[in-house]
Design a protein around this ligand. Structure first.
Ligand code: SAM
Length: 275
């Protein structure tokens, strides 16, 4: 009989956040596939669990998935854990899940901590609809392109970022999306947990004060959000109307198009005003 694959969420800082079910599964499986075996060994030692570990990190995810499948086909139960949080969420996991589906192997998720979910629920931004983007590319062109795609996104935007890239990423957000309201969810579940609710500019002013791990949440675009807002916009002077969109990161062409749409006048009329 084939074994089962367990995707086990582990704490994102506070070890008390491991679930009873996660501990039970980690004690009962035959093998644990871990993103960083040394890191996971620390967790297992804390809970006095002794288990064979194999490494399973992003760069070897594809090849390692085949050897995990062999174990599962021999009837062994395998747990996959990442360094922190939920496997498969900006962490290895996706590949082995696809292979298990192909082979008809049971996949059992064991719920637990996940940084973005906790960041979102306490952010104060809309939790009804959101878009989780994970890490932006480190390549500048790809990073800008992805943010461009999100310019008119009305849902709350959620990003992960490495601590040393926070400043650069916020600067790029300012450049492409404008000076939006953001929330930095810092050091979740840890001693210095904090929610920094500011504009991008305000955060950048004191960027050196912010240390640790962050989830970045960006308020969705308010462009075209409500009719009330539209009538407020149309009561503004044309210059104020222009500035409103400029502050949201739109370029001249996009602003003119948007103002013409809001005021229901030909684009060219607006264009002439800004020549
Ligand atoms: N799989 C994890 C999850 O379920 O959230 C995410 C792993 S991803 C490699 C690591 C990123 O998650 C960090 O760069 C940071 O953006 C975010 N993160 C993880 N732990 C965090 C914490 N305690 N506080 C704030 N952000 C955290």
């Amino acid at each position: 009989m084939q074994g089962k694959l367990y995707l086990v969420a582990t704490p994102i800082g506070n070890l008390d956040d491991i679930t009873l079910r996660a501990l039970k599964v980690l004690k009962e499986v035959d093998v644990i596939a871990a993103e960083d075996t040394r890191h996971t060994l620390g967790l297992l030692n804390h809970f006095e669990i002794k288990k064979p570990l194999i490494s399973y990190y992003k760069e070897i995810e594809k090849e390692k998935s085949d050897s995990i499948i062999e174990l599962l086909e021999e009837g062994k139960n395998v747990a996959v854990v990442s360094d922190a949080g939920t496997p498969g969420i900006s962490d290895p996991g996706e590949e082995i899940v696809k292979k298990c589906i192909e082979k008809g192997i049971d996949i059992i998720p064991i719920p637990g901590a996940c940084a973005f979910v906790n960041a979102l629920i306490a952010s104060g931004f809309s939790t009804r609809e959101f878009i989780f983007v994970g890490f932006l590319s480190t390549n500048r062109r790809e990073k800008v392109e992805k943010l461009e795609e999100l310019k008119l996104e009305k849902r709350t935007i959620i990003l992960y970022e490495a601590p040393h890239k926070l400043k650069n990423t916020l600067e790029t957000i300012k450049e492409v999306l404008g000076n939006r309201n953001i929330v930095l969810a810092r050091e979740l579940t840890k001693v210095y947990e904090e929610f920094i609710r500011k504009t991008v500019d305000e955060v950048l002013e004191n960027i050196d004060e912010y240390r640790g791990e962050f989830v970045i949440l960006i308020e969705g675009s308010s462009i075209g959000k409500k009719e009330v807002e539209l009538s407020n916009l149309n009561n503004m002077s044309i210059e104020e109307h222009y500035k409103y969109y400029e502050d949201q990161g739109l370029d001249k062409k996009e602003i003119i198009k948007q103002i013409a749409k809001d005021r229901n006048v030909p684009k060219n009329d607006i264009y002439q005003m800004f020549l």
